[in-house]
Design a protein around this ligand. Structure first.
Ligand code: ADP
Length: 599
């Protein structure tokens, strides 16, 4: 404590010193040394003096040679007095006694024995008081969230006893109350706070309430009173031993003995107060141990320190693991972020490439269709020429008949019908070609396979002057449909038909034969349509078969070698396969493709 505090304490000590008796010499054993007694003041000075007057009177009578110095001190001042040995005896509450015993080795020589208490061991309790009208406050648990007034965090009856009862209820007064006010001594301050509504509840020493004037007492009530047999007051806590009187380390043993003897010999005062042999204060030690406060506050610290000493390798390991885990998580997060970004970029690029490829594919397919048309259109002029020539002939014959005066209505009708028929034929050839050659994005629609094949044969035949015989066998397909882009499938068929025709160039016209077979093939994955295009041409050399479907493989002088590779791409995009076989009779080739069939 600082010098200033010490000076203040001395002044305080001097101010409150009450010299009661300086009697004549009696007991030789104690010499004429003053008996300096420090008393913990928990009520106002006047009440306390009145309460303790019989004791002082008894001591003065029993030890008349020793002047009696009696001081009333608060917690801090009493501790200071003990620390400086400026007193010889301490009368204090059990909690404060245990604290001073552990700190300064004070030693009890007697315990108060009051007639109100059932025994010196069960003499002190604590009451939690509330205003009687507060019906919402019934048990200690109801204190949560309330404003509570108490004497001080080191006040035994004015706080700590109640704190011990709150602990097993899971209530921490320092955090669970709305407000915890330590108003200090005397205890009347706590009573006033509750009575005047500044606090919802107050913690005071048991029996404080019972000592109030009846009108004041009627306003208040004790919360959760315990059934303590023979105890005259209501208490919210268990009971503890009564106040002891203790000697200090420096108290002369002879003086201690004389005072102890005098106290034990003191008759019961009219207020019912006497002294008995020292009580056991173990229950007070337990309270402090449980609360880890007062003399046992080191436990909190030592528990932490001991845990740190004992578990530091584990703590270190956990901390290392934690740091490692954090670094790992941050790194993983970083990698995930960067890789996701890279992946997204790659996906975007891939989508862009696929988009470009799709456009290219469409362009290639379109070019391929134009190429087929180009190759076949050598004969197109001839094909268109035929209906044009017929139209011309009919028109001329009409003119001749008119000139010769032989033009009959029947002849005009016949010629006109022929002209219209030929014009229609030419228009249908051009219409199909235009449809086939048009440029457009792929579509999917459900079509009858036989219609697709017939349309393709029609288009193919329309382009040729020397048509080969083209047989179509679609009897085995029944009513199945395929979901395809009709233009693309026509393109495949036209390619296969044209390749077949090319392979039969060495044959006389009448021997050139193409045959298309449509079949239903049942597979695990579902029914398939199989379209086989057979020619009777020169077939395929074994070494050519290997490269057949590769782009730019061609054996033709003016060929591009793209037809079969485009056909493969189209068929595979439709979920089918394109393959080649040599027929059983070994003549020509069979190109066959499959497509999923829907019923
Ligand atoms: P191109 O017709 O421009 O050569 P394709 O990819 O359509 O390109 O055909 C590649 C090659 O496959 C042809 O050059 C030919 O040698 C061979 N081929 C295709 N169809 C047949 C067939 N029906 N008979 C024999 N050989 C064929």
């Amino acid at each position: 404590m600082s010098l200033l505090c010490r000076l203040a304490f001395r002044a305080f000590l001097t101010f409150f010193t009450l010299v009661f008796f300086v009697g004549p010499t009696l007991a030789a054993a104690t010499e004429a040394r003053p008996i300096r007694i420090g008393l913990l003041a928990f009520l106002d000075t006047e009440t306390m003096r009145h309460q303790w007057a019989p004791l002082l009177k008894h001591l003065a009578n029993a030890l008349p040679d020793n002047p009696l110095v009696f001081v009333q001190l608060d917690h801090a001042a009493l501790r200071e007095a003990v620390a400086h040995q400026s007193i010889d005896f301490v009368i204090t509450n059990p909690g404060n006694y245990v604290a001073l015993e552990m700190a300064f080795g004070i030693s009890r020589i007697a315990t108060l024995d009051t007639t109100q208490a059932p025994s010196p061991m069960r003499a002190v309790g604590s009451a939690v008081i509330v205003r009687d009208e507060r019906q919402d406050l019934k048990t200690l648990t109801d204190l949560v969230g309330q404003r509570v007034s108490a004497v001080g965090d080191n006040a035994f009856g004015g706080f700590q006893m109640a704190w011990r009862e709150l602990m097993p209820l899971g209530i921490d007064p320092f955090t669970d109350f709305k407000q915890l006010d330590f108003v200090g001594l005397p205890m009347g301050k706590v009573i006033d706070a509750v009575a005047q509504g500044r606090a919802d509840a107050g913690i005071v020493r048991a029996c404080t309430l019972e000592s109030l004037p009846p009108d004041q007492r009627a306003m208040l009530r004790v919360l959760s009173p315990r059934p303590e047999v023979d105890f005259p007051c209501q208490t919210s806590t268990r009971l503890y031993p009564d106040w002891p009187i203790a000697t200090l380390r420096g108290t002369p043993p002879a003086l201690a003995k004389a005072v102890a003897t005098a106290l034990l010999a003191m008759p019961v005062t009219p207020e019912g107060m006497s002294w008995t042999v020292p009580a056991d204060y173990q229950s007070v030690h337990e309270l402090f141990r449980e609360l880890q406060t007062g003399p046992y506050s080191y436990l909190k610290e030592s528990t932490l320190r001991a845990a740190a000493v004992r578990y530091w390798p584990m703590v270190l390991m956990l901390a290392t693991l934690l740091v490692g885990w954090i670094i790992y998580t941050v790194r993983v997060e970083y990698l995930v972020q960067t890789r996701t970004h890279a992946l997204r970029q790659a996906l975007d690029e891939r989508q862009a490439i696929e988009g470009r490829m799709r456009v290219h594919q469409e362009q290639i397919e379109h070019l391929s269709r134009l190429s087929i048309l180009g190759e076949l259109s050598g004969t197109l002029a001839h094909e268109i020429n035929q209906p044009l020539a017929s139209i011309g002939n009919y028109a001329q014959s009409l003119v001749l008949r008119l000139d010769n005066g032989r033009l009959t209505d029947a002849a005009v009708r016949e010629a006109s019908l022929e002209i219209a028929g030929q014009a229609e034929r030419a228009a249908s050839i051009l219409g199909r070609i235009r449809g086939f050659a048009r440029k457009r994005a792929p579509v999917r629609e459900r079509c009858a396979p036989a219609d697709l094949v017939r349309e393709s044969v029609h288009l193919f035949s329309g382009l040729l002057s020397n048509r080969p015989v083209i047989g179509v066998d679609d009897s085995a397909v029944l009513n199945g449909l395929v979901e395809v882009d009709p233009l693309q499938i026509q393109q495949v068929l036209l390619n296969l038909l044209k390749n077949g025709l090319d392979a039969m160039q060495h044959l006389p016209d009448r021997e050139r034969r193409l045959h298309i077979t449509l079949q239903r093939v049942t597979q695990v994955a579902g029914d398939q349509l199989r379209v086989a295009v057979r020619d009777v041409g020169r077939g395929l050399a074994p070494e050519a078969r290997e490269h057949l479907f590769k782009p730019f493989f061609t054996t033709k002088r003016d060929g591009l070698g793209l037809g079969l590779s485009i056909c493969t791409t189209i068929i595979e995009a439709h979920g089918g396969r394109l393959s080649v076989q040599t027929p059983d009779d070994g003549v020509g080739l069979v190109f066959a493709f499959t497509l999923p069939l829907y019923n």
